[in-house]
Design a protein around this ligand. Structure first.
Ligand code: NAD
Ligand code: UDP
Length: 337
């Protein structure tokens, strides 16, 4: 099966392409490389023995998409391409809405022209806002987002839901990721944030490798067991497998399919710091700082629906997430260079 993978050179996309090739799927990658490097293609090839077809281009460029669709018999699309930095989205809302919302609309328009009726979209647990109840199920309230990034994900979900009502013969799958972390166990592929990392795990990894002095722990006065924020961290390889499970289970089934991709377990910031220290063999320096505006206390997924419908369940442990991140970070201290 040929699958167009937008943003396939990025963190989650690249790991998904490796797992797709292993599952005998053929990813056709498009990426404008605004947040990734061409070298990722070499790494995918080294791991799989297959160099995927790659087009450098933008999902907002409809003529470019038309050309790609005309050159391949594509059966489905996985749409990862987008901007993802929460803080940056506050200072650049137009760029975020243009890239994430407009990009998704242009893509679906090109798919409609090409007769491709199956799309899997990278959404986020951020659409749930600050949940009243955990674990979060797919029918928990959505829309109370706190920043343009989150709103752009919610808007795309809304646009796609309306589009599905008009085109009920499509398969539209919204995957709400919890907190993707970790790296390929080979240590040759991983997350490579540009500038100062916003997210916890890459920040810890850069402290451990000596690129940063210490982690700022954003708040220890939440109503959680140790006072620090609790999240559902999921290994990027499990997340990658979740996409393949979704394509196989519902990718050819008409419907608007919505799934949480998480582990169902919450871990605190201090638990992650501790686990990383064990993985790298030395303590990770940190200091307790004030809360980060917009943060919530705790958030983890109910995984029952994905388990039942997709036959998929995350299996990798926190110890594997930290060990694989450390393996990647220590072998590639400057990322893809
Ligand atoms: P990433 O930045 O590593 O990958 C995104 C890729 O898309 C990059 O390679 C970038 O160059 C490309 N891209 C961006 N805009 C493009 C455009 N207009 N045209 C073509 N290519 C473009 O991010 P990621 O962590 O792999 O995330 C993938 C998707 O998952 C994103 O949509 C993100 O919002 C979503 N998501 C990520 C997380 C997370 O914590 N990493 C959590 C929830 C949802
Ligand atoms: N966090 C932290 N220091 C950092 C980055 C994150 O203490 O430098 C905390 C943050 O407050 C949250 C958790 O780590 O409780 C996960 O944050 P991240 O930004 O990785 O994910 P998100 O907040 O989007 O779930």
């Amino acid at each position: 099966m040929k699958v167009l993978v937008t943003g396939g050179m990025g963190y989650i996309g690249s790991h998904t392409c490796v797992q797709m090739i292993k599952a005998n799927m053929e990813p056709i990658i498009i990426d404008n490389l605004c947040n990734s490097k061409l070298m990722v293609l070499d790494r995918i090839e080294a791991l799989t023995g297959v160099r995927p077809t790659f087009y450098q281009g933008d999902v907002r460029d409809e003529a470019f998409l038309d050309k790609v669709f005309s050159e391949h018999d594509i059966q489905a699309v996985i749409h990862f391409a987008g901007l993802k930095a929460v803080g940056e989205s506050v200072s650049k809302p137009l760029e975020y809405y243009d890239n994430n919302v407009n990009g998704s609309l242009v893509l679906v328009r090109a798919m409609r022209k090409a007769g491709v009726k199956s799309i899997v979209f990278s959404s986020s647990a951020t659409v749930y806002g600050d949940p009243e109840v955990v674990p979060i199920t797919e029918s928990s309230p959505v829309g109370a987002t706190t920043n343009p990034y989150g709103r752009s994900k919610y808007m795309v979900e809304e646009c796609f839901s309306d589009f599905y009502k008009a085109q009920p013969d499509w398969s539209i799958t919204l995957l709400r990721y919890f907190n993707p972390v970790g790296a390929h166990p080979s240590g040759t592929m991983g997350e490579d944030p540009q500038g100062i990392p916003n997210n916890l795990m890459p920040f810890i990894a850069q402290v451990a490798v000596g690129r940063r002095e210490k982690l700022s722990v954003f708040g220890d006065d939440y109503s959680t067991p140790d006072g620090t924020g609790v999240r559902d961290y999921i290994h990027v390889m499990d997340l990658a497998d979740g996409h393949i499970a979704a394509l196989n289970a519902v990718g050819q089934k008409e419907g608007l399919h919505i799934y949480n991709l998480g582990t169902g377990n919450g871990s605190s910031v201090l638990e992650m710091v501790e686990a990383f220290g064990e993985a790298c063999g030395k303590p990770v320096s940190y200091e307790i700082c004030p809360r980060r505006p917009g943060d919530i206390a705790e958030c983890w997924a109910s995984t029952a629906k994905a388990e039942k419908d997709l036959g998929w369940k995350a299996t990798r442990t926190i110890a594997e997430m930290t060990a694989d991140t450390w393996n990647w970070q220590s072998k590639n201290p400057e990322g893809y260079k």
